[in-house]
Structure formats: C-alpha cells, structure tokens
Design a protein around this ligand. Structure first.
Ligand code: ZN
Length: 274
C-alpha cells in the first residue's frame, strides 16, 4: 500500500493506464486467437484432403488494424483509448453505430485495477509486471475457454515457461525452481488422473487436455504447494456456478473448467505470502 501512496495520483493513473492497455490487448487476443486457430484447422483439413485452399487474407494479432467488426471501418488511435473511448463513443461505432461489446471496457478497467493491486502488493518492481502478465494470461484463457470451449496452447504453454523464468530470475521469493517444476508436472498429472478416473467410471470426458496444461502453467508460477488451494477454489466455484446454472436452465451445454481454474490460480496467488 505504501507504494501506491509513494507514487502519488499521477503514478497511480499511469499504472492504471498500463494495466488498461494490457486489457485492451487482451480483448484483441480473445477475439482474434480463436479465429486464427479456426483458419489454421481449416487449412490443415484442406491440406489433408489435397484441396487448394483459397488465398487467405493475412490475419494475426497485429493485422489488420483495429476495425469495427460490423462495418470494417478502421478505428483511429484516438478512438482506441482504453476505457475512455467507450464512453466518448457512447458505446457505439461512429460509422455504423453498431454497439461495442460492454465486455471490452470492463476487461480494460479490471486489468487497470489489477495493475494497481500488483503494484500495491509487489511494489514498483519487475515482479509486479510479471504477475500482471500472469493474471492477464489467465483472464485471456478464461474468456477464450468461456467463448469457445478451447484453451489455446499458444497461451498456456508459453505461460508455463514464463512461470519457470519468473521463479528462477524475477520473483526472488521463497519458491525454488524445483518447486515450480514439481508444480508444473503435478498440475498436469493431477487433472490427467482425475480425467481418466472420470472417463473410465462414467465413459464421459469431464475435462480436456487444455485444462491439464493450464494447471501445469499455474503450478509453474505458484509451486506445487499451492495446487490443492487452486483445485479446491476451482472445484467449489465451478460446482456452485453449475448448480446455479442448472436451476436456471436444465439443458445448458457442458461447462468449461478453464475460467474456474484461472480463478483458483488468481486466488491462490494472493494467498501466498509476498
Ligand atoms: Zn461500424
């Protein structure tokens, strides 16, 4: 907390803006990564069938520039300021007045607050930035899994290695690299074991391999010691959510586990001693 007082209002505003910008990039990732993945699967399928895929327009995280998904009008930079622009534009595209999803400014504002919390907790240090990246990656995974039912390896696998890097070189806390490695391996194996016990006893898939890799990444960041807390928070929050949803509608589809594992990861992060 002293750090927040020390950096003053201007420092807090800048910290919030940095976090909100991370949130803005997160919105891009959550929107584009599933589209990129679907395009790749399509290309792979065409290749297997030896069909010439039609020339595809380049589409990645940086290209094309931000545009309205409705009318494709490019969004100028001064209309792309995190949180602020949503209110300036009154939540609609200036060109075709299509509504801008409310999730965008919410994600930006939440990440801005997360940046402030990280600085309050770890000080104006590299580790604060490191844990901001960890939380942002978990948020991206949670949202993509929620939207599509898939956890992209493009996020979870680099996140695992970043966790090892963080423990070895950035955080400098009580965690040793062996704890992080054991966390990654145990995280994967715990869910893998539950998956097979569930599958062999009920014949159904309760989770996916994406969930194993996600818990492996969380284990690399927090060490094996925190895995029981992560799984407990994930299981309880997932069950409560599933029960509430079941009361509302009996035939809702399968519930993705990624958002609840991510929630468990963030909760456990703040349970550790700084
Ligand atoms: Zn538009």
């Amino acid at each position: 907390m002293e750090t927040l007082v020390a950096i003053g209002f201007a420092g807090m505003a800048i910290t919030f803006l940095i976090g909100a910008s991370v949130g803005s990039f997160l919105n891009v990732v959550v929107h584009r990564l599933p589209i990129m993945q679907a395009a790749r699967w399509r290309d792979d399928a065409f290749e297997m069938l030896s069909i010439q895929a039609s020339a595809r327009v380049a589409f990645n995280l940086a290209w094309p520039r931000s545009h309205c998904p409705s009318c494709r009008t490019p969004i100028p930079i001064y209309h792309n300021v995190p949180v602020v622009s949503f209110f300036v534009l009154k939540g609609a595209c200036t060109h075709c007045s299509a509504a801008i999803p409310r999730r965008y400014p919410i994600v930006e504002a939440v990440l801005g607050l997360v940046a402030l919390v990280c600085v309050a907790r770890w000080g104006f240090e590299l580790s604060a930035a490191s844990y901001l990246v960890f939380i942002a990656a978990l948020a991206a995974i949670a949202l993509i899994d929620w939207d599509t039912g898939f956890i992209p390896d493009e996020i979870s696998v680099p996140l695992l290695f970043l966790g090892l890097v963080n423990v070895a070189w950035i955080d400098g806390g009580v965690l040793r690299l062996t704890d992080a490695l054991a966390g990654a391996i145990a995280g994967y194996l715990v869910l893998w074991t539950i998956f097979w016990l569930f599958k062999l006893s009920t014949g159904r898939d309760g989770m996916g391999y994406g969930d194993f890799k996600l818990l492996a990444a969380i284990g690399a960041w927090l060490g094996w010691q925190m895995l029981p807390s992560v799984v407990l928070v994930a299981a309880i929050s997932g069950l409560v959510f599933a029960a509430v949803r079941y009361l509302k509608s009996r035939d809702a589809g399968p519930l993705p586990f990624g958002p609840f594992l991510s929630l468990g990861g963030v909760t456990a992060l703040f349970m550790t001693s700084a």
